[in-house]
Write a protein that binds this ligand. Structure first.
Ligand SMILES: [Zn+2]
Length: 73
């Protein structure tokens, strides 16, 4: 991996981590008012995954949630 590629990917990741403090169910197509805020992206994804499983019966892996978040931006 070239330095430039590495740098742009790192900056992208940092930007994503800074912006990613909030997830709302409605953004992912659910008819649901659940909104979750957390400064820690891993916590955020974990809590959101638990909610979708408990409330909607859909089990998202952390990887697929991360992909959803990335696609949304
Ligand atoms: Zn929901």
């Amino acid at each position: 991996m070239s330095y430039v590629t590495w740098l742009s990917q790192s900056l992208y990741l940092v930007e994503m981590l800074i912006n990613m403090t909030k997830l709302s169910c409605a953004d992912y197509g659910f008819d649901c008012h659940f909104v979750i805020e957390d400064d820690d992206m891993h916590e955020l994804i974990e809590k959101f995954a638990k909610h979708t499983l408990d409330e909607h019966g859909i089990e998202y892996s952390k990887e697929s949630l991360t992909q959803l978040i990335l696609r949304k931006k």
